[in-house]
Design a protein around this ligand. Structure first.
Ligand SMILES: C[S@@+](CC[C@H](N)C(=O)[O-])C[C@H]1O[C@@H](n2cnc3c(N)ncnc32)[C@H](O)[C@@H]1O
Length: 381
């Protein structure tokens, strides 16, 4: 008898029924008369069976474009390919998102696209030693229809309130009825309903997982390289714009890459060191994972630093129960005017006042060109 391949998360059950009677279930012949093997789907959704590994990152398109003669690299044709590659790699995870366009209005600068040095993706790609999503510890609710923000039984709401109720003395989810983050709830981790929950897609606690809905463009700036700008419409305060996607690396790998990136003057590393992940009484933040958007990422890798930012990063959990691996979700923290540049603070200082600058010994500083009235004059990169 040949070997029976058991697919991940598909259980196999032996039964003594005569398979010729038919059971209505999917059956695999065991090769033994009177014994059938029935397969059934585990409650774990198929999206979780596999996850992206950094070592599998696609690179053929970038390699091909980079091998073209320089006149092509500066052509509108290559720009159209860049925009199409963005749409193609993201149309499944942000189906309601307007197309991203690329513009370079800087006089005398003939670069038509950002460098083709990365794979465009809205997903996380796990590096060596970084485990895939942990759904065994994922908590989910059994609500029917959309979750009620005043529910006494919704376990997702209870989970959310473990982090916010005491600090804010206010109950409910972090999103309002339009799916916007309440301004006084910025800085708290978001626990969205997930694929194992009973609630419907219309549940107000599902925002990040539905992807971007607002219009943004990637635009070259005079002094800061490429940046992210709002499209033709105002983007209201609290709007989700995207996750800071890329490779999810161990701290040691992130550290090693940081040393290299510092030498060529641009870095796309982001430490996952949120306050609620720290042990009480420990001064130096403990970092387990780092996100690197250099080789893989989306438009958020072009968000520049501002000392008076209009966007902020918020940790968000959807389909991974591991607290150490939140998604880095980016929201507007003020209304963003049409065609205004969108920025966040690289020091985590969300209001332009409070958060401490990184220690001199740890960071490399460059002159800041954010142009804000309260600009500190230098930024760490
Ligand atoms: C994450 S990248 C942002 C995208 C970048 N502008 C690009 O063209 O790829 C960070 C780099 O952008 C530049 N940058 C970002 N904010 C800046 C600012 N306020 N002033 C000067 N340079 C800035 C620095 O070179 C920094 O290392």
């Amino acid at each position: 008898m040949g070997e029976i391949h058991i697919p991940e998360y598909t259980a196999i059950r032996a039964s003594s029924r005569d398979s010729s009677l038919g059971t209505g279930t999917e059956e695999i012949s065991s090769g033994i008369r009177g014994i059938s093997l029935e397969t059934w789907r585990s409650p774990v959704p198929s999206a979780h069976r596999t996850y992206n590994r950094a070592r599998d990152l696609p690179h053929l398109l970038q390699d091909h474009i980079n091998s073209l003669p320089p006149r092509y690299l500066k052509s509108d044709f290559v720009k159209a390919i860049f925009e199409a590659a963005i749409s193609e790699s993201t149309n499944e995870d942000e189906p309601d998102a307007p197309q991203i366009r690329i513009y370079n209005p800087v006089e005398g600068d003939d670069e038509v696209t950002p460098p083709w040095e990365f794979h465009y993706t809205n997903q996380m790609w796990h590096g060596e030693g970084v485990p895939g999503p942990d759904y065994s510890s994922l908590r989910s609710c059994g609500c029917k229809g959309p979750c009620d923000p005043r529910s006494k039984t919704c376990s997702c709401l209870r989970r959310q309130e473990e982090y916010t109720k005491e600090a804010l003395n206010r109950k409910g989810f972090l999103y309002d009825e339009k799916g916007r983050l309440y301004p006084d709830k910025i800085g708290f981790p978001i626990f969205e309903c997930n694929d194992l929950c009973g609630c419907s897609d219309e549940c107000r606690n599902r925002v990040v997982q539905k992807g971007r809905t607002c219009s943004i463009n990637i635009v070259k700036t005079k002094e800061k390289g490429w940046g992210v700008f709002a499209g033709e419409k105002l983007i209201p305060q609290g709007t989700y714009i995207g996750i800071y996607s890329g490779e999810l690396l161990s701290e040691s790998e992130g550290e090693e890459r940081g040393l290299k990136y510092n030498k060529f003057g641009r870095t796309y590393l982001f430490d996952i060191d949120w306050w609620y992940l720290q042990k009480p009484g420990v001064d130096e933040p403990e970092i387990k994972y780092v996100v690197d958007a250099y080789h893989a990422g989306n438009f958020t890798r072009f968000l520049n630093h501002s000392c008076e930012p209009n966007c902020c990063l918020v940790p968000c959990y959807v389909n991974d129960g591991d607290l150490e691996k939140p998604l880095l979700a980016i929201f507007t923290q003020h209304d963003v005017q049409p065609y205004e540049e969108m920025c966040f603070s690289y020091t985590g200082d969300t209001d332009g006042e409070g958060a401490p600058a990184p220690k001199q010994a740890d960071a490399i500083y460059v002159p800041c060109r954010c142009g804000a009235a309260k600009c500190k004059g230098r930024m760490f990169k």
